[in-house]
Design a protein around this ligand. Structure first.
Ligand SMILES: Cc1cc2nc3c(=O)[nH]c(=O)nc-3n(C[C@H](O)[C@H](O)[C@H](O)COP(=O)(O)OP(=O)(O)OC[C@H]3O[C@@H](n4cnc5c(N)ncnc54)[C@H](O)[C@@H]3O)c2cc1C
Length: 208
């Protein structure tokens, strides 16, 4: 727990209404906060980022089809006209359910009702090698990391003389063949067929 967790989260207005604290402004937390707009409740929406991320299009950011700003939406703007929904960027670190108090990296906050909507993180199912070597794709910055990694691998590959030594840099392995893996594979195939050969005409893409 950080030092700041020991003082209250500042500038939360006093309200005669019960306080609902929602942790997480993903699909679930955001929808709930919007539904509680104009209700006789004080709603405090907390997220570690000040923007909502539209996860279904991460694959487009990872393959340079969209810019991160196209799938990231500022949370403050969504609640510009709300009188009872307050947004705070803060990372929740722990809870004391007896005291009805939560602790964030910017201070503590008391609640009457608490909603946990923190989503999920990438599950490696205990495969330590995959966890160590792979790049997850659960945030905009992780999607951007994948994009940069692929491009920088090609920049390195073009400086390598022998084709067999370039292979490890030019191949992409996607672990997980659900909708996300399939979409990502399709977008990678489009890059391979239409974009990368134009950017790197000296490289052979037959083996990618
Ligand atoms: C690549 C990808 C593609 C997907 N495609 C689809 C699709 O096509 N269709 C579909 O229906 N679903 C899709 N999903 C699933 C869908 O995005 C999730 O089911 C949905 O986002 C879950 O919503 P949520 O609100 O529970 O969590 P999330 O949307 O993950 O939101 C959780 C929020 O909590 C915040 N948070 C987490 N921990 C803390 C903390 N300690 N303190 C403060 N804030 C915190 C995070 O910053 C985040 O904003 C996809 C998911 C991924 C990763």
């Amino acid at each position: 727990m950080t030092e700041r967790s020991h003082s209250p989260l500042p500038n939360i207005p006093k309200s005669p209404f019960p306080k609902v604290v929602i942790i997480g402004a993903g699909f679930a937390g955001l929808k709930l906060a919007r539904n509680l707009n104009k209700k006789k409740l004080q709603v405090v929406l907390l997220d570690k980022n000040n923007y909502h991320q539209f996860q279904p299009l991460f694959y487009q950011v990872a393959t340079a089809g969209l810019e991160p700003s196209a799938i990231s939406f500022p949370l403050r703007k969504i609640f510009h006209h709300s009188k009872n929904v307050i947004f705070r960027m803060a990372e929740v670190e722990s809870l004391d359910t007896d005291q009805k108090r939560l602790f964030t990296d910017s201070g503590y906050l008391d609640y009457d009702y608490l909603v946990l909507a923190m989503g999920a993180d990438t599950n490696y199912f205990g495969a330590k090698n995959i966890e160590f070597f792979a790049s997850p794709m659960k945030t905009v910055s992780e999607a951007l990391y994948i994009r940069n990694k692929i491009i920088s691998n090609y920049e390195k590959a073009i400086n390598i003389e022998k084709q067999e030594n370039r292979r490890a840099l030019m191949n992409v392995v996607i672990v997980g063949g659900g909708p996300t893996g399939v979409e990502l594979a399709g977008a990678m195939a489009e890059l391979r067929n239409n974009v990368l050969p134009k950017d790197y005409p000296e490289l052979s893409f037959k083996n990618m």
